[in-house]
Design a protein. Sequence first.
Length: 379
Amino acid sequence: MAVKVLAVNWQDRTNPQAGGAEVHLHEIFGRLAAAGHEVHLLCSGYGGAEREAVLDGMSVHRTGSRYGFAIRGRSAFAALARMVRPDVVVEDVNKVPLFLPRVWDGPFVLLVPHLFGTTAFREVSWPMAAAVWAAERPMPWSYRRARVHVISGSTRDDLVARGFRAEAIRVIYPGVDTAAFSPDPGVARAERPTFLYVGRVKRYKALDTAIRAVAQLRRADCPDVRLLIAGSGDDRLRLERVSAAEGVQDAVTFLGFVSEERKLELYRQAWAVVFPSPKEGWGITNVEAAACGTPAVASDSPGLRESVRGGETGLLVPHGDVGALAGALRTLVGDPALCERLGRGARAFAETLPWSRAARDTATHLEEAVADWHRPEAR
């Protein structure tokens, strides 16, 4: 059945600060819109953005700013819900929760890529991190009537440990476009050992670990190794200082924001992508690289250990262990055949993750939420 959906997320995919969470939302709900569902998205605005737009078949409604959305979002949602009269509401918690069940008593799905918990203290000032941590604490009670959509078993386990009901949670893995992201026989691996990070350049991503691993590798027996960092964020200046202090300014290149075409080229040329974060919901760039036949070297941490299969699609190392990360990179540098084997395994894994499957499972989940709400015993 067709349903009218009102989704709420901090940002849409055109926002300069958008990342994997926005890709995930648009890939799924854009497909739902194409399949005949009516989809509205409420999100924050940014400089030069129109207040109303149609994007990927969805009606996008922007209000406030990146930081003002936490204050204005709930009242804007209430007004929009009165106008749209949705069949089901989806709150995608990508920053801090808005606690929309307080102003909406109909069918509701909570979409959680991951919660920050104490990792917030690695990214922002103590008062702001404490506010994020405190905002997450009442979520199990505030969303107790919601169905919950998570993108990994790691996030499910985290929510259950926090007090969410396990039976309310559905794990729906994200997908990857294996037609757009694919190997190209005409694009060769870089001649020099080249590793790549793609994503937000934020402190909690722990990119300094990767920089120090590259420095350790260069001081040993791999003087030609290099690290490319594609993406923007407020940790760049600090990381540039780390590179200088480690003496690897010439080996670490900050590319800033890159186009989709350039990103695809980088995936295909890299020997592996590197993702040293302590915690992620999933790690969408790992599977984008995988679809290009490029393995990943990632922290053996929540979310990442699901988007990377150790020994099959890449290598997993203990988070924060510079020596272990350097060792994993050294293994790939010394064994190009292993790189290729892991790359083939990565492509095979990516082919099991079509966005069409994620969209279909999400549609079923939404329909079940609506049906549950209309059962007499549920009211």
